[in-house]
Design a protein around this ligand. Structure first.
Ligand code: PAF
Length: 286
């Protein structure tokens, strides 16, 4: 089957209804486009587990905070089609803002899905207030529109993945969430659509983010378990031009802060390099 691009919700529902009638399973990969190899691995995973692979390409305005890069976020649908086709995608759902939010000018009128405060007042949610409300709202809408059997999410956005798994449990979406490993450049830099904003010099500086995380893992393996000490190991490996927003250690199952690593722990960071906000994480297995 060749790739089709669908812009309207009603049309997509009709196409998917027909596939479901034929007994076909559907996997969804929600994206904001500007697809890179990290997305490609999600699409390939989706293609390997379901009969039909749908991706959404939608830069979701309600997950951007005031002053963030919503307007300049790269929109590259033609290039995205090429990547999606090479990964075996059947349908790109690329709605307009008006199709998804017909009354966006009356934002206060929108029904939102809001995750628990204690899980969003940490890490990315702390500086990006309301971000995860926007993410959970659009992902719920996409789940209701596409009605997939599976949905694939990358582990790079580890807090997003945790919150979506919880939302699916709490709201009883009949969907299996499939976590997919973070993909790195050979240099160690985590792939991100925002890497496009980095100059070659800034990219060099950004390499110290993964370097810091790998140094933390090595230090843990060498016997350091206290996260205060591991935090210092991370700091000493960060380039002085990196503006660190957070470097946190949280329990893999609860996302509560960890003082000493005794079970699987996520070590995650966010930082700005030349004004570009980047995130990265490692899972420290015990
Ligand atoms: O991870 C992203 O790209 C976005 O947050 C998502 C899940 C597509 C929702 O807009």
């Amino acid at each position: 089957m060749s790739l089709v691009v669908i812009n309207e919700i009603a049309k997509l529902r009709e196409v998917i209804k027909n596939y479901k009638k034929e007994g076909k399973t559907v996997a969804l990969v929600p994206t904001m486009g500007c697809l890179h190899d990290g997305h490609k691995s999600l699409m390939q995973k989706a293609h390997s587990i379901a009969d039909i692979t749908v991706i959404s390409v939608f830069v979701n305005p309600i997950q951007f905070c005031p002053g963030e890069d919503y307007d300049k976020y790269p929109r590259t649908l033609d290039a995205d089609k090429v990547v999606a086709e090479s990964a075996g995608v059947d349908i790109i759902f690329a709605p307009s803002v008006n199709e998804m939010y017909p009354n966006l000018n009356k934002f206060s009128d929108l029904t939102m899905v809001v995750p628990p405060y204690e899980l969003t007042d940490i890490m990315c949610g702390k500086s990006r207030v309301g971000h995860f409300d926007g993410v959970e709202t659009v992902v719920s809408k996409l789940f209701n529109i596409v009605q997939p059997d599976f949905a694939c999410f990358g582990m790079k956005d580890i807090q997003q993945l945790f919150l979506i798994k919880k939302m699916v449990r709490d709201l009883n979406f009949p969907i299996e969430i499939v976590p997919c490993p973070l993909v790195r450049e050979e240099s160690g830099l985590a792939l991100s659509s925002r890497n496009k904003y980095l100059s070659p010099e800034q990219k060099e500086i950004a390499l110290s983010l993964s370097k810091a995380l790998f140094a933390i893992r090595d230090a843990y393996k060498a016997g350091i378990k206290e996260t205060k000490k591991l935090f210092d190991v991370g700091l000493t490996n960060l380039d002085k031009n990196v503006e660190l927003e957070y470097l946190e250690f949280v329990d893999n199952d609860t996302f509560k802060p960890v003082e000493s690593i005794t079970k699987t722990t996520i070590c995650a960071l966010a930082a700005r390099v030349g004004g570009v906000r980047l995130i990265d994480n490692i899972v420290v297995e015990v």
